[in-house]
Design a protein around this ligand. Structure first.
Ligand SMILES: *Cc1c(COP(=O)(O)O)cnc(C)c1O
Length: 414
C-alpha cells in the first residue's frame, strides 16, 4: 500500500549523524537497524563528549572537595539538576532527586513515603499494564504492612478502563501508581484525567515516566503528578543515573532511606541530623559522570525540541502501524487510540524468539520476550511478543526493513 508522505521539518538524516553507533554494519554486512529503544536508546556525541571532557579535565568528587577541580565538578553536578528541573518544568530545584534509574526512584518512594504513610488495610492502585518496577516494590510494601495492591483493569486494546478506575478509588486508597506510556503496549494513558480523579479524593499519584520522558514533552506542573520517575539511559543518556521528581511538600515530609555521607548535616554517636532535600536522599558519592551525561542529553533534546521529536515519532508510528497491518499473520498487541513508539506483536504461531533471531541476522535489533510486564502477557494470553520500538533517529526506511524482515521470517518459518 502507499502511504501519503507527510512533510515533517525534522531532519532525521542530520540527527543520525550525531549517533556514531548507528553507522555500523552488523555481522559485517547489514546496516544496523536499531529498534530496541524502549529497552535503551543510543547516545549522541554530545553525551559521549561531555563524559569524556569530565574525565579528561575536571574529574573530582562533589560536595566535598574544596579545590579547583572540585568546584568545577560541583558546578556541573548542580547545573545538571537545573537542567532536569527545566526539562520537567519542576517548580523547585530541590524537587529533583538523583537515583540510579526509574526502578530506584519508585523504590525510594515506597521505602520512605510508603513506609511512613501506608498502614494495614490501606490500598495502593496500579494498572494492569505496569512494568515490574511499579508492581513488585508495592507488593513488598503491602506484604510488610498488611496493605492491598489493587489492579486497574485494561481492555482488549490495552487501554485503561476508566469506569473501573473510578470504582476502585475510595478512601482506603493511599496512592495511585501508573505508567505514563506503556513499554509493553505503547499505550499513552490519560494521566491528566486519572490524576484529577485521584486528587479529587486527596490521593497522590506517581507516574512512571520511563517511556514518556524521551518521547513527549513532560510538564510535571501541568500534569500535577506528585511523583515522576525516569531513567537516563532511555533518554539518550548514560546508564546508572535516573531521576525522582517529587512535590516539595511531599519530599520534605519523607524520612531518609539510605544513610551515609552527604545525606547528613551533623553526625555524632548520640544522633544524627539529616540534610535538606534533595541531598537527604542522595547518600554517598553520586554518579557524577551520569549527571553530566544526562545534562548533555537534555541539552541535546531541547535543541531538537521535544515537540518536534514527538511529532516526528508520531508520523513514524502512523506509518509503521499502516505497513505492519499489511502483514496478515501479524497480531498487534496493544491497539490503543493514543500510542507512542511501540509495536508489540506476534506473528502467527512463530515463536517471538525465532522471529527475533532471524531479524537479528538481517541487522534488525528488536526485543523479544515479556518486556518486564508478565501481567500484560497474561492479560493478552500470549507467552511473549516481538517488540520494535522507535526513537528520534529511526526512519521510514528502517520500518520498511522491518516489514521486509518479517516477510522473510514468515517465508522461512510459516
Ligand atoms: C524501562 C522501564 C522501567 C525501568 O527502568 P530501569 O531503567 O530498568 O529502572 C520502568 N518502567 C517502564 C515503563 C520502563 O519502560
Amino acid at each position: 500500500m502507499t502511504v501519503e508522505r507527510k512533510h515533517s521539518s525534522f531532519d532525521v538524516a542530520r540527527v543520525r549523524e550525531d549517533f556514531p553507533i548507528l553507522k555500523q554494519l552488523v555481522y559485517g554486512k547489514k546496516p544496523l537497524v536499531y529498534l530496541d529503544n524502549a529497552n535503551t536508546t543510543q547516545k549522541p556525541n554530545a553525551v559521549i563528549d561531555a563524559i569524556h571532557t569530565y574525565y579528561t579535565s575536571y574529574n573530582s568528587n562533589v560536595h566535598r572537595a574544596s579545590h579547583y577541580l572540585g568546584s568545577l565538578a560541583d558546578h556541573a553536578y548542580e547545573e545538571g539538576r537545573r537542567k532536569v528541573q527545566g526539562f520537567l518544568n519542576a517548580r523547585y530545584f530541590e524537587e529533583i532527586v538523583y537515583v540510579r534509574n526509574a526502578t530506584e526512584g519508585i523504590n525510594l518512594v515506597v521505602q520512605t513515603w510508603g513506609r511512613k504513610n501506608i498502614q494495614a488495610g490501606d490500598e495502593i492502585l496500579v494498572s494492569a499494564m505496569e512494568h515490574h518496577a511499579n508492581i513488585v516494590p508495592w507488593q513488598m510494601l503491602c506484604q510488610e504492612k498488611g496493605a492491598h495492591l489493587r489492579v486497574i483493569p485494561i481492555d482488549d486494546n490495552g487501554e485503561i478502563v476508566l469506569e473501573e478506575y473510578a470504582k476502585l478509588l475510595n478512601p482506603r486508597v493511599k496512592l495511585v501508581g501508573i505508567v505514563h506510556i506503556s513499554n509493553a503496549l505503547g499505550t499513552m494513558n490519560p494521566v491528566e484525567k486519572m490524576i484529577e480523579m485521584a486528587h479529587a479524593q486527596g490521593i497522590p499519584v506517581l507516574l512512571d515516566g520511563a517511556q514518556s520522558a524521551y518521547h513527549i514533552p513532560v510538564d510535571v506542573q501541568e500534569l500535577d503528578c506528585d511523583f515522576f520517575v525516569f531513567s537516563g539511559h532511555k533518554l539518550y543518556g548514560p546508564t546508572g543515573i535516573g531521576v525522582l521528581y517529587g512535590k516539595r511538600e511531599l519530599l520534605e515530609e519523607m524520612p531518609p532511606w539510605m544513610g551515609g555521607g552527604d545525606m547528613i548535616l551533623t553526625v555524632s554517636f548520640d544522633g544524627t541530623t539529616y540534610n535538606d532535600i534533595p541531598y537527604r536522599f542522595e547518600a554517598g558519592t553520586p554518579h557524577i559522570e551520569g549527571v553530566i551525561g544526562l545534562g548533555a542529553a537534555i541539552d541535546y533534546l531541547q535543541a531538537l525540541g521535544m515537540e518536534s521529536i514527538a511529532e516526528y515519532e508520531a508520523e513514524l508510528m502512523e506509518y509503521g502501524t499502516q505497513v505492519l497491518a499489511d502483514i496478515p499473520q501479524l497480531r498487534m498487541i496493544g491497539t490503543a487510540k493514543n500510542k507512542a513508539s511501540v509495536f508489540s506483536f506476534v506473528l502467527g504461531d512463530i515463536h517471538p524468539q525465532d522471529t527475533g533471531m532471524i531479524l537479528d541476522r538481517e541487522g534488525i535489533a528488536v526485543r523479544t520476550g515479556q518486556h518486564c510486564a508478565h501481567p500484560v502477557m497474561q492479560r493478552f494470553k500470549v507467552p511473549a511478543t516481538v517488540r520494535a520500538s522507535l526513537a528520534c533517529y529511526n526512519t521510514r526506511e528502517e520500518i520498511d526493513a522491518l516489514t521486509q524482515g518479517l516477510r522473510k521470517v514468515i517465508t522461512f518459518m510459516g
